[in-house]
Design a protein around this ligand. Structure first.
Ligand SMILES: O=C(CO)[C@H](O)[C@H](O)COP(=O)(O)O
Ligand SMILES: [Fe+2]
Length: 220
């Protein structure tokens, strides 16, 4: 099933409540929330307080992308803040399995993320545990970057793995440079959840979300 997850990185932070509510009214399926620590990625965004602030404003699931070194230090905060799904980068911790287990033990969905330079084989041992795999289709840290088409082979590899393993029960998400031109190839490769920040906010929200959904569904 296609799910469009607008990233609030492209929202107007001084009018975040308005933008979150407009996204829900416009037909977004999830809210993608980017947390950047200025260490794992060369940019900072905001912390768990913002997730707590958003939580009572919307019924949408909060899809939290932690671009943070040693994310296990902050997992509890993001659970308490009301995240529905917490994703940690495979490259950011020596204790990937432990981090994912911490999230699952709290009854929250857990996701693993891989950077453009990280192969699917690196996360194979955690695939039976996770609810979502996020394939970065840009180098993490900034919105508005160009989609990297070579990442599609990883999406297809994950889709084939899921097909072949009865114990695999994860959605495949793509993040970075997703727009009306790039989404079809992602859907064809097997992605289910599509993050779109700059594209969604560059026009009428409902029209853009609908355009993305239609292009993904037609490509399947
Ligand atoms: O994780 C991210 C950046 O690291 C963002 O989710 C992503 O870049 C979305 O922005 P855009 O759709 O503008 O590429
Ligand atoms: Fe993201």
């Amino acid at each position: 099933m296609t799910q469009i997850a607008p990233s609030i990185l492209s929202a107007d932070f001084m009018n975040l409540q308005r933008d979150v509510q407009n996204l829900e009214a416009a037909g977004a399926d999830l809210l993608h929330i980017d947390i950047m620590d200025g260490m794992f990625v060369p940019n900072m965004s905001f912390g768990a307080q913002v997730v707590s602030g958003i939580r009572p404003l919307t019924q949408l699931g909060l899809d939290v992308h932690l671009m943070v070194e040693q994310p296990e230090r902050y997992i509890e905060q993001f659970i308490t803040a009301g995240s529905d799904l917490i994703m940690i980068h495979a490259e950011a911790t020596e204790h990937l399995y432990r981090g994912l287990q911490m999230i699952k033990d709290a009854g929250v969905k857990a996701g693993v993320v891989i950077n453009p330079g990280t192969p699917v084989s690196y996360i194979e041992s955690v695939l039976p545990l996770v609810d979502q795999v996020l394939v970065m289709t840009v180098n993490p840290g900034f919105g508005g970057q160009k989609f990297i088409p070579a990442m599609l082979t990883k999406v297809a590899e994950l889709a084939a793995y899921r097909e072949a393993h009865a114990d695999a029960d994860f959605t495949i998400e793509v993040d970075g440079g997703v727009n009306d031109q790039t989404i079809a190839a992602c859907a064809k490769a097997g992605a289910d959840v599509f993050v779109a920040g700059s594209y969604t906010f560059a026009g009428d929200l409902a029209t853009r979300i609908e355009t993305l959904k239609k292009a993904a569904n037609e490509a399947r």
